[in-house]
Design a protein around this ligand. Structure first.
Ligand SMILES: NC(=O)c1ccc[n+]([C@@H]2O[C@H](COP(=O)([O-])OP(=O)(O)OC[C@H]3O[C@@H](n4cnc5c(N)ncnc54)[C@H](OP(=O)(O)O)[C@@H]3O)[C@@H](O)[C@H]2O)c1
Length: 323
């Protein structure tokens, strides 16, 4: 029996944003389980992170078939925590998983065929111990499979009741528009796109955000802290360095200066910035400790960025092409 009793105030903590023009709302900060949920991390730490997230109103947990190590273990661990602590709250959770990166040997263990997507989702459901996931993603474009087949597979898993909503990840804007249109013809909505987006990677501002607006899908920004670069510990690391100042270090120092003036930490400012655009539904972060989550969540309490602050950030981190 679980001893977990979630915070009764959890829905007063953070805002929820609608994913495009769908009916689905997501917390403005979501938790990803790519790292720190494999066999190399203690289950007690994972449990504390997941419980803290739920207590803070983070209803959305993002996984993929291959998260680990080894691949699959993050789903198994999350499934265990779900069973122990959150079983009674399944309907308060949005659980996502994905398929499309290498998962098992042979031609059916990877990419975007219907064979791969359906088999992989069946495996994910078993590891998670659930009847359905809330969002199922195609994880990356497959240049060798017709988009009609991949989108047809997403449509099929919704009709089979194995996923409520579907999305795509790492697709360029033109292909994302085609994917959304194919799904629409099948009577399905593409609810969300999951691209990388941070001050250090602003590619979605070129055309993907406009595509999201046009087609009505939401955008959940992954690695908004650039995998841990846009944080105070990184600033401390460069501060301790004795070699000369390089451009990335100088930019991080400028960011830290602005964060300090605003009374924020570097990660909080990085998240406030990602969430400044209403077309971004959620910032999808990772954490190695519950304390990081408590720090990051305060990003949603900060005052909006002024035009001066936005201009300054544009100067430090200009929009660049997709790396
Ligand atoms: N669709 C895709 O292809 C794709 C690709 C990548 C990620 N994702 C998703 O996005 C999620 C997040 O990705 P990410 O881990 O790269 O995100 P991130 O939020 O950019 O970076 C997370 C890392 O930042 C550090 N961090 C976070 N908060 C901190 C704080 N307050 N103080 C100090 N350090 C802090 C931690 O590093 P330490 O571990 O060093 O403490 C943490 O592991 C993944 O879990 C996954 O769900 C999707």
């Amino acid at each position: 029996m679980s001893l977990f009793s979630p915070d009764a105030q959890r829905y007063q903590r953070i805002p929820y944003r609608r994913s495009g023009r769908s009916g689905l709302q997501l917390p403005s900060i979501s938790l990803g389980l790519w790292r720190h949920f494999g066999n190399d991390s203690p289950l007690a730490t994972m449990r504390e992170i997941v419980r803290t997230a739920f207590d803070l109103g983070i209803t959305h947990f993002d996984l993929a078939n291959n998260y680990g190590p080894p691949p699959g273990s993050a789903e198994t661990h999350f499934g265990q925590i779900l069973q122990d602590d959150l079983r009674a709250y399944r309907d308060e959770l949005v659980i996502s998983t994905k398929a499309g990166f290498p998962m098992w040997p042979g031609p059916y263990g990877d990419f975007g065929s219907k064979k791969h997507l359906v088999a992989s989702l069946n495996q994910s459901l078993r590891r998670l111990g659930v009847d359905y996931v809330d969002i199922f993603y195609h994880h990356r474009p497959d240049p060798a499979t017709a988009l009609e087949e991949t989108m047809g597979a997403l449509d099929a898993v919704v009709r089979q009741g194995k996923a409520l909503y579907v999305g795509i990840s790492n697709y360029d804007a033109a292909t994302a528009i085609k994917a959304a249109q194919i799904l629409r013809q099948l009577g399905q909505r593409m609810v969300i796109h999951q691209p990388a987006y941070s001050l250090l990677n602003r590619w979605i501002e070129r055309d993907l955000l406009a595509a999201a607006d046009q087609e009505g899908f939401g955008v959940i920004a992954y690695s908004p802290l650039a995998r841990g670069v846009l944080t105070n510990p990184e600033l401390d690391r460069i501060g301790a360095r004795s070699d000369g100042e390089d451009p990335p270090a100088a930019r991080l120092r400028e960011l830290a200066d602005l964060a300090h003036r605003r009374g924020q930490t570097v990660s909080q400012l990085a998240l406030t910035w990602v969430l400044r655009d209403p077309r971004v539904t959620s910032a999808l972060i990772g954490v190695s400790a519950a304390e990081q989550l408590r720090e990051n969540i305060q990003a949603v309490d900060a005052p909006a960025l002024s035009q001066d602050e936005l201009d300054r950030l544009d100067r430090i981190f200009p929009v660049r092409d997709h790396p």
